[in-house]
Write a protein that binds this ligand. Sequence first.
Ligand code: PLP
Length: 393
Amino acid sequence: MSERVYLDWNATAPLRPAVRSAMESALDVVGNPSSVHGEGRAARRLIEEAREQVARLVGARAGDVVFTSGGTEANMLALSPAIAVAGGKAPRDRLVISAIEHPSVRSGGRFPSDLIDDIPVRADGRVDLAALAQRLDDLRRAGVRRPLVSLMLANNETGVLQPVSEAAHVVHETGGLLHVDAVQGPGRVPVDMAALGADLLTLSAHKLGGPKGVGALVHRNDDLHFTDPLIKGGGQERGLRAGTENPAAIAAFGAAAAVAARDLAPERAHMAALRDRLEARLDAITPESVVFGANAERLPNTTLFAVPGIKAETAVIALDLAGIAVSSGAACSSGKVQPSHVLAAMGVSPALAGGAIRLSLGWSTSESDIESFLNAWISVSEALLKGAKGLAA
Ligand code: PLP
């Protein structure tokens, strides 16, 4: 079989070579990071060095980084009423989230469902800031004093960048805290906690070339404290995440963060050039294709598109058989294909949303990968459109 082409980087990115070697050498460190002997201190050093690297990636202080098992756990830890600010223990009294958040945020974390508010998005895929301001004002009038707002930096399906720093002003004016799920950002766009105005920020290693199963919740500063850790037990991670740390995964996360920060400018330009070329050719091959979120600023690596008459599941399987890994915009859980909640929130019809195919590129995607996809797309789209016309006849 010829080489496969991987265009599903928003699902997970391949391990970067520097990360693999950092991880392999960390696997040889035997100590428990909590032990006082030399072996333990060596493991501790790996973790603290990674903490510095992850903090540097987002312009934070190392002491404000809490390692977790990934983005999902970081979101679960963040979405809690029990956040003390500057010693004040009064709980967060509302959670406000957008309609296009990742399911781990849509779940509401530890807030009861009657304390969760939804903010709509506009047709271009950006959160409706006026609706957010209005909702926060209404909530304030209704007596809500300490809302927690959670907005993503970039949507994982469309790649649309969200107006996070503008939202931060509105949130802070009304006494709220802002949590930002920045999982899709690093290595693709600059991510700076202060510039974003984020009080809490979620990261996941496997989206930026690190291993799966490790992430972080970064705090604005040590003013913020969670009084109800998700996992209780030992005092690891400032008492916020009990359990012996995974030094190899954490060291690898640190290495991935360092490379993603260092190489952002050239990698971003590389992905944007390939993506623009891809979209231009896509339009030439299937002129009826619709690129979702094309009118908004997007990540440089993401294209979500549909062609009326082509079902995403069929196209994804046909492309897979042709050696190309892409994903459909719809989520598949327990064997059932659910229409994308993101496209539904943008007002896309279920019929068109059912055709959404996501292509997401990365630093090692080559021109020939894009050519291979386009060649496959010429035959796959022709066959599927012919099939659709045959069915309609
Ligand atoms: N948030 C966003 C925007 C994501 O895209 C993902 C992963 O797909 C997550 C959170 C969850 O991260 P993890 O896979 O590390 O649990």
